[in-house]
Design a protein around this ligand. Structure first.
Ligand code: B12
Length: 137
């Protein structure tokens, strides 16, 4: 079955139902989930990645600051030598217009995210999970 996933909100984001939704979405697919909740500072996120050693980290942001918060979070994670290859994705409503933003997505990928779901496409996320599971097996 699935592995372990660390779910987290981003630094500025106070929304919580998105986190609960993603948590349940993963549990229903056999993953064991730890959920850090909302407004997570980068140092707590990095410390949790180091201590829990999850198979995957999923950041969720819906307040419109996801591109900026995500860039900062992935910078902190990738700066940690032991976390350079940890799979990390981000999704939700990352911008404020509900539209895909290829430039900002590219910046997040270049900064170290393994995948970006900027409009929260759960179908694309499920495809990613299946590919990730196959690669890990
Ligand atoms: C409830 C709510 C609040 C509540 C939150 C309470 C709580 N405990 O969560 C309160 C009142 C606190 C709030 C505050 C604010 N909110 Co608000 N809020 C909402 C609202 C009405 C519903 C959100 C919700 O719970 N949805 C239910 C969950 C299950 O769905 P979801 O969040 O959309 O998540 C889905 C997808 O995005 C996706 N998804 C999420 N994460 C991930 C991750 C991955 C990897 C993937 C694949 C998919 C994915 O899966 C989920 C299920 O489909 C939305 C509008 C709306 N109808 O969506 C606005 C909304 C999210 N809020 C918004 C804003 C702007 C704010 C404020 C900044 C307002 C303000 N000026 O103060 C503050 C944010 C403060 C902060 N520091 O973050 C905007 C965000 C703008 C944007 N991104 O385009 C929205 C979209 C409203 C709008 N149309 O303008 N909010």
């Amino acid at each position: 079955m699935g592995g372990t996933v660390l779910v987290s909100g981003t630094l500025s984001d106070a929304h919580t139902w998105n986190l609960i939704y993603v948590h349940l979405f993963l549990e229903e697919r056999g993953y064991t989930v730890s959920n850090l909740g909302s407004c997570v500072p980068d140092d707590l996120l990095v410390r949790s990645c180091r201590e829990l050693r999850p198979d995957l980290v999923v950041l969720s942001s819906v307040n419109g600051h996801g591109f900026d918060d995500g860039l900062q979070a992935i910078g902190a994670i990738r700066a940690e030598p032991g976390l350079r290859h940890l799979p990390v994705v981000i999704g939700g409503k990352l911008g404020t217009d509900g539209l895909r933003n290829a430039g900002s997505t590219r910046r997040l990928l270049d900064a170290g995210f393994d995948a970006v779901f900027d409009t929260g496409d759960l179908g694309a996320f499920e495809l990613f999970l299946n590919r990730h599971r196959t690669a890990a097996a």
